[in-house]
Design a protein around this ligand. Sequence first.
Ligand code: ADP
Ligand code: MG
Length: 288
Amino acid sequence: MSTHADATKLRLTGVTKSFFTPRTGTTTLAVAEMSLDIQAGEFICIVGPSGCGKSTVLNMIAGLDSPSSGRIEKDGQGITGPGADRGVMFQDYALMPWQSVEGNVGFGLRHGTPGQHLNASQRQERIAHHIDLVGLRGSEHKYPHQLSGGMRQRVALARLLANGPDILLLDEPLGALDAQTRLILQAELLRIWGETAPVSERKTAIFITHDIEEAVLLADRVVVMSTNPGRVREVVTVDLPRPRAGTARTNPKFGLFVEHIWSLIRDEAYRAIGGAASADPASHQATH
Ligand SMILES: Nc1ncnc2c1ncn2[C@@H]1O[C@H](COP(=O)(O)OP(=O)(O)O)[C@@H](O)[C@H]1O
Ligand SMILES: [Mg+2]
C-alpha cells in the first residue's frame, strides 16, 4: 500500500531553536517556526546568508541538537537522538588521520551499529563496494595526508554511504574544494544519489551550500532562508529535467532559477559584508 502521506520522509513542524549564551546573557533565535515536509528520495538544498540557521537545522535533523519548540519526525516518529539512519557529512572531512582510506570507510561498519548484522567478509565487501563507488579503488591503503581535498571528501562520502543511511545530511561538503574538483564531485554526487535511478531508489538528501548554482544544479527544491531570526523565506521548486550533470547549466531556465534565488538573498548578503548602496532597500526606492 502506498499513499501520498507514506512518502513523507521528514516532517518539520514549527521548529524553533534558540541558544542562550551565559557569558553575554544574550539569547539568539537561530531558527524560527520552520515547517517543511520532505519526501522520500527528494534532494533538498538549503541556501541563505551566513548565520541564518542552516547548520542548526541540519544538526537537529541529525539528532545532535534538539528544537526549543516544534517537532521533527522521520517516517512519522519523533527524532530523539543521532542514528545510523541519518548520515552526516561536513566541510572539513572529519577523517581519522591514523586510519587508511579503507579504515575510515569501514569504521562505522566495524565499530558501530551499521555493521552488526554483517559478518567479516560481508563487511569487507561493503567497504570495497563503496570505495569503488566513489572512484577510489587503488587508494585503499593510503592515509588522509596522502590525499587531495577532493579525494578526502570522496572518502567521507564513501564512509557515509557504507553505513547505509536513508537520509544524507550534507553541510557544505564541497565548500572547501577548488572550483574544478567541485564540479566533478557535484556530478558524482548526483550519480551516487541516484539521479538516473527511479525515485524509489534514491536516498533523501539535505544539502547545505553557499553556492546558488550548486543548489540549482542539485536540488529538487531549494529552501531559501533569511537571517535574524533564521526563517524560511521561500521554497523554490527546481523543475529542470534529470539527469542534469553536464547539461543543466546550458538550460536557459537554469539562469532564471539562479537569478531568482539570488534576488531573495542579495540584500542580506550585501548587508553582511558591510552593505553596498545599491543593495539598500531605501536606495532602491529612491532610484525606481
Ligand atoms: N551552540 C551555539 N550557541 C550559541 N549560538 C549558536 C550556537 N550554534 C549556532 N548559534 C548561532 O545561531 C545562529 C545560526 O547559526 P548556524 O546554524 O551555524 O548558521 P549557518 O549554518 O546558516 O551559518 C548564528 O547566529 C549562530 O551564531
Ligand atoms: Mg553552517
